[in-house]
Design a protein. Structure first.
Ligand code: PNZ
Length: 398
């Protein structure tokens, strides 16, 4: 039986010697030790919604990145999908597949470069197919906006940088690369446009949002450029927005909030800017910081954001001292809790919504049904150098 294979170790000869000695002396051999029952991932079915996904860049050996999976309730490690050199990952809308964006070099760290979007089976954790794309994808940390998909799940979108910025489009239904969109040059990060099934928006160098709408052929059908939303020189924004069903919430390095409401034709309406900070906060130089550092829970319309005091020029990626919570309807802070040095977050929607945070290695899970996040548990060592944590709550999940 396989079970005995676990016993074969350097101790085996000692053990058999002892057993021989024992029987020679008429002593009863010890009963076999219980064999560990391996239940994670293999014999227990854990659906996509029962899992937490950690995109681990393993920054000190980036050629070996991977997507780690954990049981959401027990924290147990379930398995992983390899994502090669500095990969990016996202789930299909139905949760059945994992999409990986990565780069292969013929000689691992040199030689001919091939960029691909891979489709993996999220139940078997097995490779399904790959779609080759132009070898231009951005070599970036795991910011959400580097690898997205349209709201209908039909097209996967890849942020390119050569360093000229463009966006590659992959048709998931036909398994084909359809277009490299170059008219997004000078704009950065892919944001599926709320309320529009086949559109994405991107943040341009003059502070405008550019919204592209794709046709059934996966090529640009129309585009709309907004007025500048924010002044790029005096109030730069973090590229990660919070998402409402009908809006996007951006926050600047100085704690100002910009809300964009997409219109049916891809135009944007902007609401008056407001600040996260009051005079007491400003006196202590509280500022936002992190990577995927904010998120919105759309049902409660609450904004969650990592904050630290003593902010200075360059502290915009500092870990969270606290998590601040805002009611987007009233613009009032409704809670603040310890940040546990987290760098990135995401929200799992649902009846009992959860906030997931990651500090590079450890995942913290919070129940966010009420205004004040209630700490639930920690998954220790969920990644080596991981800046993206995700859950799945059905088709509407972002
Ligand atoms: C982490 C990875 C990479 C970098 C910062 C932090 N700026 C590079 N991390 O914590 O996993």
């Amino acid at each position: 039986m396989k079970k005995t294979a676990f016993r074969i170790s350097t101790g085996v000869s000692l053990l058999s010697a002892a057993l021989l000695l024992g029987s020679a002396m008429g002593v009863q051999a010890a009963p076999p030790l219980p064999v560990e029952q391996l239940t994670g991932g293999h014999t227990v079915k854990v659906t996509p919604a029962d899992r937490i996904y950690v995109m681990d860049s393993v920054f000190s050996h980036l050629t070996d990145s991977r997507l780690n999976m954990f049981d959401r309730s027990s924290g147990k490690f379930l398995g992983m999908i390899p994502s090669s050199f500095n990969g990016q990952a996202q789930l299909s809308k139905d949760g059945k597949n994992v999409y990986i964006l990565t780069t292969y070099y013929e000689r691992v760290t040199r030689g001919a470069r091939t960029d691909v979007v891979e489709i993996w089976d999220n139940e078997k954790l097995s490779f399904v197919r790959e779609i080759k794309i132009p070898s231009k994808r951005a070599g970036a940390l795991n910011y959400d906006g580097m690898f997205r998909q349209t709201a209908d799940g039909r097209f996967v979108l890849v942020q390119n940088a050569t360093p000229a910025a463009s966006v590659s489009v992959v048709d998931i239904k036909n398994g084909a690369f359809t277009d490299e969109i170059t008219s997004t040059a000078g704009c950065w990060s892919i944001i599926p446009t709320p309320g529009l099934a086949r559109s994405f928006s991107t943040i341009c160098g003059d502070g405008a949002l550019l919204t592209m709408t794709l046709g059934d052929d996966g090529k640009v059908a129309s585009q709309k450029r907004s007025e500048p939303m924010f002044p790029v020189k005096t109030d730069p924004i973090f590229i990660t927005p919070g998402r409402l069903s009908d809006g996007l919430v951006f926050v600047s390095f100085y704690g100002n909030v910009y809300t964009a409401r997409p219109q049916k034709d891809g135009a944007m309406k902007f609401e008056p800017t407001w600040s996260l900070l009051d005079d007491a906060d400003r006196a202590k130089n509280w500022v936002p910081g992190g990577y995927n550092l904010l998120a919105v829970e759309p049902r409660s319309q609450r904004l969650y954001i990592f904050m630290h005091p003593d902010g200075v020029e360059g502290s915009h990626k500092n870990p969270a001292a606290e998590i601040w919570v805002y009611d987007l309807k009233t613009h009032k802070r409704v809670a603040r809790v310890p940040g546990k040095d987290a760098l990135s977050m995401s929200i799992i929607q649902g009846k009992t919504p959860q906030l997931l945070t990651i500090d590079g290695g450890n995942v913290n899970i919070y129940d966010i049904s009420a205004a004040e996040p209630k700490f639930v548990s920690t998954i220790k060592g969920a990644g080596e150098a991981a800046l993206q944590v995700m859950g799945y709550a059905g088709d509407g999940n972002e």
